[in-house]
Design a binder for this molecule. Structure first.
Ligand code: ZN
Length: 218
């Protein structure tokens, strides 16, 4: 078993190990929002005492087994120290996501897996969207919600579940107004203490050449 942080990091990169969500019942410390436990792919067991920063993949030990079999706890201080100085080195969100083990089709027969794949291809082609959309977190959340509803109510007709564009449009505007109000309230609170500054930024997108004016408030 690896006992060196570079070995563990390399194993993560090669996919021999992967990050898993912490379901540590007692772990309420803030560091566990940033650190993930590590599993060994071959055995699907936790790599004892190791954790990795989900942003920069620094691997740190928080406990270790001694030669006499006792467990030595290092605590989470070194993890917390890491959080203060962590600077992901250009590793993108997609490379972070690729560190999480994904096993599409795990529960299916080959034929069912193919049907899911075909449906995704159809969505991209018929929807005229980019391939990136397939990995979009919003889509994944949406699909998970549909699975959840299906698990409760069975194989419903999708037209009895999904709202149409007018309703979604209306709800989007309502949500936007809600967000406006929230932002206004939070700026108003800060401005009471004279702690608000604004900056503007003009941007033009390369495809449609639409120009946007951003306001950054800090
Ligand atoms: Zn980090």
């Amino acid at each position: 078993m690896s006992n060196n942080c570079e070995d563990v990091r390399a194993a993560l990169h090669h996919g021999d190990m992967f990050l898993c969500n912490n379901d540590y019942p007692k772990c309420k410390a803030d560091v566990w929002k940033k650190f993930r436990l590590i599993k060994i792919k071959a055995t699907n067991e936790l790599l004892f005492g190791w954790s990795a920063c989900k942003e920069c993949f620094a691997c740190l030990k928080f406990k270790a087994k001694q030669t006499d079999g006792s467990v030595r706890l290092y605590g989470t201080k070194n993890l917390a120290d890491h959080c203060k100085t962590c600077s992901p080195k250009g590793e993108t969100q997609s490379s972070v996501a690729s560190f999480f083990k994904k096993t599409p089709g795990k529960h299916f027969t080959r034929e069912e897996g193919k049907r899911v794949k075909d449906a995704e291809v159809r969505m991209v082609v018929q929807g005229g969207t980019s391939f990136m959309f397939v990995d979009n977190p919003g889509l994944r959340l949406f699909a998970q919600k549909m699975i959840q509803i299906g698990s409760m109510y069975g194989n419903l007709d999708v037209n009895d579940v999904l709202f149409g564009r007018e309703t979604v449009k209306k709800s989007t505007f309502e949500k936007m107004t809600e967000c406006h109000e929230k932002i206004k309230k939070s700026i108003a609170e800060c401005s009471l203490n004279k702690m608000v500054a604004f900056t503007t930024d003009l941007a033009t997108d390369n495809i449609n050449h639409n120009s946007y004016l951003d306001f950054t408030v800090f």
